[in-house]
Each structure stands twice: as C-alpha cells, then as structure tokens.
Design a protein around this ligand. Sequence first.
Ligand SMILES: Cc1ncc(COP(=O)(O)O)c(C=O)c1O
Length: 239
Amino acid sequence: SSKDRDFKYIPKTFQVTEGAAYLHITSNNTIKGTQWQSFPDAGDVPLVSDMSSDILSRAFDPRPFGLIYAGAQKNLGPAGVTLVIIRDDMLARVPNDIPTMFRYTTHAEKNSLYNTPPCFAIYMVQLVLKWLEDTVGGLAAIEKANKEKAALLYGVIDQSGFYQGTADVDSRSLMNVTFRLPNEDLEKKFVAEAQKQGLGGLKGHRSVGGCRASLYNAVGMDAVQALVDFMREFEKKNG
Ligand SMILES: Cc1ncc(COP(=O)(O)O)c(C=O)c1O
C-alpha cells in the first residue's frame, strides 16, 4: 500500500504473493483523492476491486477482474443498490459454510431476486444508465467530459500557490479532487462562503480534513466552472 506517505499515491512496484486468495484494490480512493489509471497485473491471483466511486466514469476492461463491487450512490443511482460483477470461476469458490445471504451463489442462482429488491432504486439506476448511453453518448463520452472537468480544476490548483493538491500528480483522481488551503481557518471560511454561493459539499472527509470537490458523472462542466470562478475570487481576497 502507500501507507508510508499517507496513501497519497497509487503503489507502482509491489509483489503479488503467489497463491494469494485475491488481490484487492480500490479503483478510486474517495477520501484521499487517488485513482488507479491502469490496473495491476495480478497474474493468476484474482483481482478484486471496490469501484464504488468511479464505476462508469470511464471505459475499462473488466476481463482481468474476478470480482467487482460498487455501491450505486456515486455514479449509478440512489444509495441502497450495490452492483456486483463476479466471474463464474469465482462463484465456484464460494464456500457453503457462510450465511446464505452472504453467498454470491445465492444471488446468482436467484437472478438477484432472493430477497425483496429495492425496485424503485433499481429503476432509477436504469434511468441513469439510459441517460449515460443515450444522452451522454456512452463511456468514452463521459470519460472525456470527466477528464475535462478534472483538468480545469487541477489546472487552477496547480497555477495557484494558495491551493495545494494533496495527491501525487500521477495518482490523482478524476472523481475526487482533494486540496488544502494555507490553514484550517481559511478552509472553514472557504467551505462556508462556497456554500453561500450554492457550492456545497466541499468539506474534505472527516478523517482527513481539508477540502474535496467530487466531480461524479452528474456534475456538469458549468458547476466546475462556477467552482473555479469562486476559487479564483476567494484566492484574490484571501491569498
Ligand atoms: C470506494 C468506496 N467504498 C466504499 C464506500 C462505502 O460505501 P457504504 O457507505 O455504502 O458502505 C464508499 C463511500 O460511499 C466508497 O467511496
């Protein structure tokens, strides 16, 4: 892991233990603002990923993965739905001595209808997927838009001596842009003044502090433009 530097970067050189049950990665670290740009080669070890905060934000090849899981609440739809993509050979490994509900085989065999599904939330996911396909133009189009949004915001951070990005440049997330201001009092003021202008949710995760702008699929370029305009203005007044 990148624990040695407070998870500010995506590890590049590491050994996958031969015969390991799996290699788990979180494709996008929502809190620290880092993202795997390409996925590690785990050889015969099944690659498992929590993709909750960047699923469907870009095109990717799912074939190397044994298991992908993602809470819907960022790019897919309302909280309460979890998407799971599991390879057949992984299903064959599910032990029988864990509770029925925890076995992916249970859900695969019952076509995800073993328990009462949250129909309305799933319907919302369908609408989001339709929007992504028909209105946005698919994964290549949303990836392009997400890259443009992130480039605009990181550009402003990098040009300023006032805002400081917290993740290493080569590990930066397109979804969660984490940054600091010169001190915590200014961060508090920044979050409060932004809120007054309708720019909410800019406080960093409680475990790390600082500021965080989340640029999920539903966030338009107009919103990012409004944020960077505000940031430039705030820097002028307080820098
Ligand atoms: C990557 C990632 N994993 C897991 C979670 C936690 O999801 P939940 O609150 O549904 O347990 C989050 C936050 O929503 C997340 O961003």
